[in-house]
Design a protein around this ligand. Sequence first.
Ligand code: PAF
Length: 278
Amino acid sequence: MRVIKTIIEARKIRWQLSGSVGFVPTMGYLHEGHLTLVRRAKKENSIVAVSIFVNPTQFGPSEDLKKYPRDLNRDLELLEREKTDIVFMPSEQEMYPSKFNSWVDVEKVTERLEGASRPGHFRGVATICTKLFNIIQPARAYFGQKDAQQVVVIKKMVADLNMDLEIVVVPTVRESDGLAMSSRNIYLNTEERKAAPILFKALSLARQLWQDGEQNADKICGEMTALIQKEPLASIDYISIADADTLEELKEVSHQPALVSSAVRIGRTKLIDNITLG
Ligand code: PAF
């Protein structure tokens, strides 16, 4: 496994490679969800590259950039075990030198859901992914379905800007009680961890209602709200049923694939999760 810290080194290695590169961008503190992406990339490409970079431009001023969990040694051990070929872990200065002035802004699909409560977040995500795609030049990049809006934004950016790679979306990996794996789950204390599966329970309720014939989005959201409100440690940021491609809110869940997504705070930790209907 080659661990690379500079863009010059990454380019030199990239020029020497033939065969497809599968790329997994991460912010480190890896869990089974990330490793599932790495395994999928390994299966579908000759070379697997993973980046570890806690991207400051996707954090708002009141967000958790400083205390975002980090454990580089453990990350490298896990990646070595997965037989990762290349790990790119640049410094902040390497990715954002002083006088950095260029940004990638994807409109519309960034306005709702996470975008509404985290202004600038998706501009940071789209910009860093563009830079990483330009440096690594992968044939395929792998993203988890857990961050559903991020997937929609990246796919739109790749299509709009004619980027020459495929975006592969991998199903959410869950703990045995349904909680979606996330680096931020580490913030939950014992009581909060017990309460956290309420989010997936609410999404599963939405699926059940829809399978039983309910198509009215307000009614489904209402039932989800009532269930989550029974959990004293949970407070709802949003519950949404939207078109899975445009993220426009739906009134009826009929034939189109619908994205049911929600953000819930358990104590001070915000959890997001989603399922697709149809
Ligand atoms: O999903 C993440 O971990 C980040 O948003 C990403 C894609 C690595 C960009 O910083």
